[in-house]
Design a protein around this ligand. Structure first.
Ligand SMILES: C[S@@+](CC[C@H](N)C(=O)[O-])C[C@H]1O[C@@H](n2cnc3c(N)ncnc32)[C@H](O)[C@@H]1O
Length: 249
């Protein structure tokens, strides 16, 4: 009986310690996120184009990025750079996530497709901005852990699928916006076909392991005209999988 009491007391102490750690930790992360938004995204110190959309800034402020990185990377979660998430993949730099999100001009009624779930962070940033988010990841292990993480953190409007995102998600199409977070050597025609008239796609295109070009693709309301804008040089991991070469023009 005495032993049981001692265990309860010890359990109480552990619980108290955990609660104290959480209480002490949260303001620290919140502060780090606020600094990230102010100095890297809304008013970058190095002259980068600021991200101004208040809804996007609010989403960046709200998503606990430290929950999306491996334990040994947590202290760097709010640094101005991508971080490794295993299997040779990365969680993108916060500024790039914010910029790509702003370019999509997501509205509350929109359904959005992401290619390259990775940690699930970009999907979590899109979650409060959209009606539904669909995201595809080619590595089953990453898809599974992102699905679990997003559910644990209550991002209930995000659906994760394991598969090759080059082919999109035909059963859930069409989408108001599509974001591709791995570099392709051409714009995948299935993704263009699954974009609504008037929809927007953001995708890095170029040679892998070299600087690529972040493109904004706007599909005309008549479902035909495409406007392609070159936004900025970026460095993404490659879009994996066996795909047909780009069609001849
Ligand atoms: C830069 S990481 C994306 C980071 C992610 N958006 C996040 O917020 O953590 C690129 C991701 O694309 C995935 N990927 C690469 N090729 C893919 C493909 N064909 N289909 C789906 N996912 C792919 C990689 O496995 C990797 O997780």
């Amino acid at each position: 009986m005495k032993g049981k009491k001692r265990n309860l007391a010890a359990g109480g102490l552990v619980l108290a310690a955990v609660l104290a750690a959480v209480a002490a930790e949260e303001p620290r992360w919140r502060h780090a996120r606020e600094l990230m938004v102010q100095h890297q995204i809304a008013r970058p110190l190095d002259g980068r184009e600021p991200v101004r959309d208040p809804r996007v800034l609010q989403a960046m402020r709200s998503v606990p990025r430290h929950e999306f990185v491996p334990a040994n990377q947590r202290d760097f979660a709010y640094d101005d750079r991508p971080l490794p998430i295993g299997l040779g993949q990365t969680i993108s730099q916060p500024y790039i996530v914010a910029m790509m999100t702003e370019l999509l001009q997501v509205k509350p009624e929109h359904r959005v497709l992401e290619i390259g779930t990775g940690s699930g962070y970009q999907a979590a940033v899109l979650s409060p901005l959209a009606r539904e988010v669909f995201t595809i990841e080619i590595f089953e292990q990453l898809a599974r852990s992102a699905r679990d993480r997003l559910a644990r953190l209550n991002y209930t409007n995000v659906t994760v699928r394991h598969g090759d995102g080059y082919w999109g998600w035909p059963e859930a199409a069409p989408f108001d916006a599509i974001v591709v977070t791995a570099a392709a050597n051409h714009i995948p025609p299935p993704l263009l076909a699954q974009l609504k008239p008037g929809g927007r796609m953001v995708i890095p295109v170029g040679n892998v392991f070299q600087v690529q070009n972040l493109l904004l693709v706007e599909k005309g309301k008549d479902n035909r005209d495409l406007k392609i804008h070159s936004i900025m040089p970026v460095l993404f991991v490659p879009l994996l999988g066996e795909h047909p070469p780009a069609a001849e023009k």
